[in-house]
Design a protein around this ligand. Structure first.
Ligand code: SF4
Length: 314
């Protein structure tokens, strides 16, 4: 029996960003230079495939500095860490290599500068995400200079009880929804006219470009696959953009989860990948679809990314 033909378009840009590329390379180079095991504080990037691959090469991922033998090498993940974690690593005589994405480090710099200027800071982000913990952790909880408060939604802004002042500022997580963040910033500006912040927000180029690329697929597709892990913030945001427009969107991490039934009555399928998902998984998904469908593949034109971040000294 002949197979049904479906159109499959690939979003651009998709997949690895410069910060993820750099973080993975840092772990690989450290393994090459110092040999296994190399300890990594938290998942270096939020992708199961990448983590399992690095585990096979000898990386050990830990959630606590206390789990690392003294004098070992430790790599801080692309999401960045708090000052307390850096201090703890020092106290344990660990040799730290920092894989924090330079765009997250930039936000840490903003927070530190604002704290020196005794500002009260509002962080827009998702509670419990390692990047948010690292950024908020630039300020000591008992600091008398500065305070930092987390808001996740417009509702949280309504609950804030702060004085409007020109010493009130906001920063944001780098991987948020551009649209939701704009709404939160607008409500902050409305409630606190004197508040200041970065020109737009701190959402990074890779998150913005991938969100714009998914928006281009809306209206033309009846199913959008987003390759990414469940704990990947930027991948989840990509799926949300499609779902908000009532388009079926499936976040898929591992092709063993693939269900043929997802393709039923779908003629135009879009595929993208979060900033921490390798292209290899996109190709694996295409192979899965080809098992039951003939496909006409096209690439959707998008912004060409040329950013590369320098590696730290390893
Ligand atoms: S998603 Fe953005 S902030 Fe995160 S690692 Fe990539 S470039 Fe850096």
């Amino acid at each position: 029996m002949s197979k049904e033909t479906v159109n499959l378009s690939l979003a651009n840009p998709r997949g690895f960003c410069a910060g993820v590329d750099r973080a993975i390379l840092i772990v690989e180079k450290a393994l090459e230079k110092y040999g296994a095991p190399i300890y990594v504080h938290h998942e270096v990037v939020h992708n199961k495939y990448v983590i399992n691959n690095l585990k096979k090469k000898g990386a050990i991922f830990v959630d606590s500095i206390k789990d690392i033998p003294k004098t070992s090498h430790v790599i801080f993940s692309a999401h960045g860490v708090s000052k307390a974690i850096k201090k703890e690593a020092q106290d344990f005589n660990l040799i730290a290599i920092d894989a924090t994405c330079p765009l997250v480090t930039k936000v840490h710099g903003e927070v530190n500068k604002l704290s020196e200027q005794e500002h009260t800071i509002i962080m827009i982000g998702h509670k419990g995400h390692p990047e948010v913990e690292g950024t908020m952790g630039q300020i000591n909880k008992n600091s008398s200079n500065s305070q930092i408060h987390l808001v996740e939604s417009v509702r949280d802004v309504k609950k804030l009880n702060l004085l409007d002042s020109n010493k009130l500022s906001y920063v944001s997580q780098t991987t948020l929804s551009m649209d939701d963040t704009k709404k939160i910033i607008d409500s902050l500006k409305n409630k606190y006219p004197l508040i200041s912040g970065p020109k737009n927000d701190d959402i990074c180029y890779a998150t913005q470009n991938r969100q714009e690329a998914v928006k281009k697929m809306l209206g033309k597709h009846d199913l959008i696959f987003v390759i990414g892990s469940k704990n990947s913030s930027n991948s989840n945001r990509l799926a949300e953009i499609a779902k908000e427009k009532k388009i079926d969107a499936i976040l898929i991490d591992n092709m063993s989860d693939f269900k043929e039934s997802w393709l039923k009555n779908k003629k135009n399928i879009g595929v993208t990948a979060g900033a921490s998902a390798p292209e290899l998984l996109v190709q694996e998904l295409i192979t899965e679809i080809k098992k039951t469908k003939d496909i006409l593949i096209s690439e959707i034109k998008g912004i060409e990314e040329t950013i590369i971040f320098k590696l730290p000294k390893i």
